[in-house]
Design a protein around this ligand. Sequence first.
Ligand SMILES: NC(=O)c1ccc[n+]([C@@H]2O[C@H](COP(=O)([O-])OP(=O)(O)OC[C@H]3O[C@@H](n4cnc5c(N)ncnc54)[C@H](O)[C@@H]3O)[C@@H](O)[C@H]2O)c1
Length: 362
Amino acid sequence: MVTGGAGFVGSHLCERLLSRGDDVVCVDDLSTGRAGNVAHLLDHPGFRFVHQDVTEGLEVSGPVDAVYHLASPASPRDYLRLPVETLLVGSYGTRNALELARRHGAAFLLTSTSEVYGDPQVHPQPESYWGNVNPVGPRSVYDEAKRFGEALTMAYRRTRGVRTTIVRIFNTYGPRMRADDGRAVPAFVTQSLAGLPLTVTGDGSQTRSLCYVDDLVTGLVRALEAGVPGPVNLGNPEEVTMRRLALTIREICGSSSEVTFVPRPQDDPMLRRPDISAARRELGWAPGTALADGLARTVAWFREACSPGALSLPELVHSRPVPAPPTRRRRPASSGPTAGPDSPRKGDTLHDPAGTLRRQTA
Ligand SMILES: NC(=O)c1ccc[n+]([C@@H]2O[C@H](COP(=O)([O-])OP(=O)(O)OC[C@H]3O[C@@H](n4cnc5c(N)ncnc54)[C@H](O)[C@@H]3O)[C@@H](O)[C@H]2O)c1
């Protein structure tokens, strides 16, 4: 099971698991993900999609070997727009995913985040660093939800016998990021392709370390299968300033957009770079994709998505959800602010020929 499987990272994880022969149940409420991210998987016999808010409950009949729990708004723009939902999916949603793993004797992986380190006073950040988080600032809805999720996961490991793993993901990028999610890579790519000014926050000297999504997915699978409790940092230790990133993307796009500077958001961390010694030691994992290569693939995807017949660039920038293809079961009325005309409705099972999935409310 992959919760949040119709999101950016989750859709790549579903693909990876299917490609090696696993059956995958993808559960997603499409609050920040898109049906279009998994539309190409719907006819795969091993794939099932359940449109479900995991804070309401989570059940699947039949055996479950592994639960990858990714469901959560992830970009600052999304979690600031959905503050209560973010706290609830980090608490109730994580509880429901852990309970499912416990009932089925499945391995469980929590995708936590580098945001648990807050604005770090230790650089680079090892897992032993406890962080510097403002517990009542606007970003606390995400940071504290993930910190609570980590504590709950450890409690289930210690007292309920669930085989759990916590990974802390640092900034990841790649195809299927939403153009309007507010993160730097899709913003700079779409601005460059449209010839719009590149909006760098602050003076652009703040750093991030960017991991290509394929590398991250390898780390997720390896971490769950190794069964290490973690937390384990997964990210790219190569640091880049936001200004350098903007200039690199502009060059790859062949754009002449100007660079402009806008105010930095509150509690935006100045430095971000993982210490991945534990991932190297315990998982034999390190990212292998050079930034220039990963960015080139990402730009190619955005170009394709903007090509004639696909979404236009303004649509991408405003990120209309990509409608799902016609489904086997269709319900009459649309629901939810992000639902397109053919998008699945809450509670729909898009591919469940055996009828083994059902919607359950807590
Ligand atoms: N991408 C990154 O750089 C990054 C960094 C750190 C951590 N993470 C973590 O990785 C996970 C995936 O992130 P992403 O970048 O793919 O984000 P995303 O927003 O693209 O994907 C998250 C998915 O979860 C779904 N979701 C949200 N709330 C839900 C709910 N209540 N019930 C069911 N589904 C729900 C969304 O619809 C979406 O499809 C998240 O848990 C995030 O915190 C990502």
